[in-house]
Write a protein that binds this ligand. Structure first.
Ligand SMILES: NC(=O)c1ccc[n+]([C@@H]2O[C@H](COP(=O)([O-])OP(=O)(O)OC[C@H]3O[C@@H](n4cnc5c(N)ncnc54)[C@H](OP(=O)(O)O)[C@@H]3O)[C@@H](O)[C@H]2O)c1
Length: 289
């Protein structure tokens, strides 16, 4: 993996941090994307100190903000010639209803709209790689039904954090399948994965304090969770494999609705609008136009 440039979002904590450290040990050039400069810098220093790899850089962006994502993409455009692997890891469950600065429900904004926008803005850099890989951290928590309009029209009175999470992660799967198919000739692959039930700050936030020791006992640690994105980032076994969902490093079927091609297309078109992407900006990618 030496010489590979890997961008990981949400890299200061949990699965993202463990993934960054593992890939640093393998000699990759790592770009950590974190929303908090202090936490990000601590993570960067920790990785340098523990792996001896000095090619670890930090970019700061709050991924709930589309303006921040665009600024992040501009920095990548300016400073890096290529991206070999983009790991869309940042995400989580929000107990309370929150709205992003762009007016979207926060779970949907961070878990789905951010990877959608960032992946598109970095397509050219991934293409330069010749074998760019987009890895979306999804989940086994998925929806049986999916309506793109319901996803953005959630209200505080009807809000359920877990339902919003399932909706957002189902959207991530639909985007993975849609883009995987259409990017097939570009050399870029797009896959999603479930990391396992991993004891991280996000997982603990979802559980009452009383249950946390029990939860720790039955869950895996972040290093074990990181083994899943590391496999998709580094293994030659998945070279050329695209549009798949992986659990325990094997492909697995997801909720039937996630394969609905008509819905995937509707979601895709709406997501272009929600993120302000213009089809004319993607002249090289016929399928977007
Ligand atoms: N843990 C599990 O059992 C499990 C299972 C299935 C899927 N997942 C998925 O795995 C991914 C990683 O989660 P984790 O369990 O490792 O949780 P975590 O330790 O809480 O990490 C989440 C990361 O996302 C970052 N993040 C959250 N909101 C952000 C924003 N607006 N802008 C930029 N970064 C933001 C967090 O930054 P801060 O530190 O600044 O908050 C943190 O670095 C998530 O997508 C999650 O849904 C986890």
């Amino acid at each position: 993996m030496e010489g590979k440039t890997i961008l990981i979002t949400g890299a200061n904590s949990g699965i993202g941090f463990a993934t960054a450290r593992n890939l640093s040990e393998q000699g990759c050039h790592i770009i950590l994307v974190c929303r908090n400069e202090k936490r990000g810098e601590e993570a960067r220093q920790n990785i340098i100190d523990t792996t001896g790899n000095r090619e670890i850089e930090l970019l700061v962006a709050d991924l709930s903000s589309q303006q921040d994502i665009r600024r992040l993409a501009e920095q990548v455009e300016e400073h890096y010639s290529k991206i070999d692997v983009l790991i869309n890891n940042a995400g989580g469950v929000f107990g309370q209803y929150q709205v992003s600065e762009d007016g979207f429900e926060m779970t949907f904004a961070v878990n789905y709209l951010a990877p959608f926008l960032l992946s598109h803005l970095l397509l050219d850099k991934l293409k330069v790689s010749g074998s760019g890989r987009i890895i979306n951290i999804a989940s086994v928590m998925q929806d049986k039904n999916f309506n793109p309009d319901d996803a953005i029209n959630q209200t505080s009175s009807s809000y359920s954090g877990m339902q919003a999470y399932k909706t957002a992660k189902t959207a991530v799967l639909m985007m993975t399948y849609y883009m995987g198919k259409r990017l097939a000739d570009s050399g870029i692959t797009v896959n999603a994965l479930h990391p396992g039930f991993i004891y991280t700050p996000q997982a603990t936030r979802m559980s009452p304090k009383l249950f946390r020791p029990l939860m720790k006992l039955f869950s895996k640690n972040p290093e074990q969770g990181a083994a899943r994105p590391v496999y998709l980032a580094a293994s030659s076994e998945v070279k050329g494999v695209t549009g798949e969902f992986f659990k325990d490093n094997k492909t697995e079927r997801t909720s039937p609705v996630s394969y609905n091609e008509e819905l995937q297309k509707i979601l895709y078109t709406k997501s272009m609008q929600w993120t302000g992407l213009k089809t004319d900006d993607f002249t090289e990618y016929e399928w977007i136009r």
